[in-house]
Design a protein around this ligand. Sequence first.
Ligand code: ARG
Length: 276
Amino acid sequence: MTSVLTRPELHRDRVPTRRHYVMCPPAHFAVEYAINPWMDPAVPVDRDLAHRQWDALRRTHLELGHQVTVVEAVPGLPDMVFAANAATSVAGRVYGARFRYPERVPEAAAFRAHLPGVYVEPRFVNEGEGDLLVAGDVLLAGTGFRTDPRAHREAARVLRRPTLSLELVDPRFYHLDTALAVLSAHEVTYLPSAFSARSRGILAGRYPDAVLATESDAAVLGLNAVSDGRHVVLPAAATGLAADLRERGFEPIGVDLSELLKGGGGPKCCTLEVRP
Ligand code: ARG
């Protein structure tokens, strides 16, 4: 029996908004170092397959009506495909990234020229939209593994938005965008066990109706999802989460990024949003 919430006509209630994304092809993608538990340099990567999977994601965004700017990949920067880490853009202001590990440091500059708006160089370590997620009028800000908590205050000042700091505790979910996805201005989905007890309390208080993800959906990086307010592009293997989202009137769209998962990334990591 289909419940009222799964009737397709109700999807009309959710209004998508057109987005501008920045992506970078996995032309030089490789797993040459290990800076998160997903990365094992001994496991071979099929770069052609990675490219086909990435291109399917790009086409999905285009088919949904979004604009996609493609930034050329730079040799020697194998993680540059994970464009989301390069900056955070809000209302025409761009807070640049400052990567934690030296291997990724040059990526911020490689993206900079392609990001419209007033660019502000950061003082503190922060990995862009990996840890800074725009949720309506607030910035949800992750820390624990990559982004320095002092960057949360800096981001608030530069982007002129209040930040809500959240502490990550599970190394598999090292960036906020691996543990939580923003679905709409007021809705999120997250894995409670990825957060400290205090942060779980903050999330439960602010989002009492959040879609709580399961361990098995999070373990395929299901939370690394991109929502336009109606369509949610997420890893195809996150079937439980997709069903829950459909129940809430979202339209989940599964994509397979198995090769990029070897670098510890999914659809959201490959998608940086520009907010004019
Ligand atoms: N290998 C990259 C790293 O560990 C993956 C980044 C994934 N990006 C993201 N937004 N979670 O830095």
